[in-house]
Design a protein around this ligand. Structure first.
Ligand code: NAD
Ligand code: UD1
Length: 307
């Protein structure tokens, strides 16, 4: 199979690229390296790497016309919620317009296409207290990021219903694992805690630490993604990708104490504005096509900390 991964030099994309590369598929990465790193994908040679902005329509069109990919996995995005709050217009260009553009280019010029995947987010559910979050739950976007992800996934779905494109949008829950970049106050909390333990620094709980998340190890995300790519019945669908289990932040912190066999300082600050108290996925639809998450928090953390 010939695959194109936009955002393939980032955390999630580099793992997907590695998975398919190891299985001897031909993997191409398109990334402008704004939050990803070329070093994340040393196995991708220069012929298979396009240092291109996904908003550069002419270049994206030329690449797709030339290579005729079987699978396009679209992950490139402004991923920081805060960046989308600070610049809703610019982030809409990347998160919405570039997505529609990519769909359109595939519709017009890529008859070969077997699957188009769009990376949406659990962020679309916002603060709806009903749990677990099912694909039938209420949508309550609390940020431009969430609105943009919702728009992107709905366009993705529409391109199947209007034009028959084999598309699926996936709402990823909180993913963690090697190569996740902790270098921002708003980075994934597990990568932040790891760095605090490594450097013996004080960790700050925003809120009481009792908030819960559906933390998913990167290998479970890949298992879910592969199930979707291999099942045509997912065309035109929007699906949750999580573990169906919730864990509190305090429990994660204690698991780190046990793994590192040491204690670090911690303090409490007020809850972040717009923070979701509890989040857990309903993954019924994915389980129906054979997905079965393998990583409990302790197994995922063990592998992460030994990587
Ligand atoms: P990441 O920042 O590590 O990866 C994003 C990649 O996209 C980076 O390599 C970046 O350089 C690239 N990129 C950004 N803007 C681009 C542009 N204009 N042109 C080309 N490349 C561009 O983030 P990630 O955690 O790997 O996220 C991947 C996708 O999954 C994103 O769409 C994100 O919104 C979504 N997602 C992630 C999570 C999570 O828990 N990590 C949860 C829900 C959804
Ligand atoms: C994550 C996504 C976000 C998406 C949301 C959807 C990341 C980085 N963010 O946000 O894009 O909108 O899922 O559900 O993946 N926390 C601390 N101390 C810290 C850092 C975080 O207490 O130093 C807390 C946060 O306030 C939050 C929890 O840890 O309550 C998880 O934070 P984070 O990893 O940023 O994920 P989400 O807020 O769920």
């Amino acid at each position: 199979m010939k695959l194109l991964i936009t955002g393939g030099a980032g955390f999630i994309g580099s793992h997907i690229a590695n998975y398919y590369y190891e299985k001897s598929h031909e993997v191409f990465v398109l990334d402008n390296l704004v939050s990803g790193y070329r070093e994340n994908i040393p196995f991708i040679d220069e012929k298979h790497f396009f240092e291109v902005d996904v908003c550069d329509t002419a270049k994206v069109e030329e690449i797709i016309k030339t290579y005729q990919f079987d699978v396009v996995i679209h992950l490139a995005a402004v991923v920081s919620v805060v960046d989308t709050v600070n610049d809703p217009l610019m982030s809409s260009e990347v998160n919405i317009n570039a997505t529609v553009n990519l769909l359109e280019i595939n519709r017009l010029y890529n008859a070969q296409l077997r699957k188009f995947i769009f990376a949406s987010s659990a962020a679309v559910y916002g603060n709806d207290p009903q749990l677990p979050k099912s694909i039938h739950s209420m949508i309550q976007p609390e940020s431009p990021y969430a609105i943009q992800k919702y728009a992107g996934e709905q366009y993705t779905k529409l391109y199947h219903h209007l034009y028959g494109l084999p598309t699926t949008a996936l709402r990823f829950f909180n993913t963690y694992g090697p190569k996740q970049d902790p270098n921002s106050q708003y980075a994934g909390v597990i990568s932040i805690i790891k760095r605090k333990f490594e450097n013996n620094e004080t960790f700050t709980f925003f809120g009481d630490g009792e908030q819960t998340r559906d933390f998913m190890y990167i290998k479970d995300l890949i298992q879910g993604l592969v199930c979707v790519i291999d099942n045509d019945c997912t065309n035109g669908e929007v699906l949750n990708v999580g573990t169906g289990k919730q864990t509190s932040l305090k429990d994660i912190f204690h698991a780190f104490e046990a793994s590192y066999n040491k204690k670090i300082e911690y303090r409490f600050e007020p809850e972040r504005k717009g923070d979701v108290k509890h989040s857990v996925s309903d993954i019924t639809e994915l389980k129906d096509i054979g997905y079965n998450p393998q990583y409990t928090i302790s197994r995922g953390l063990e592998e992460y900390l030994n990587s």
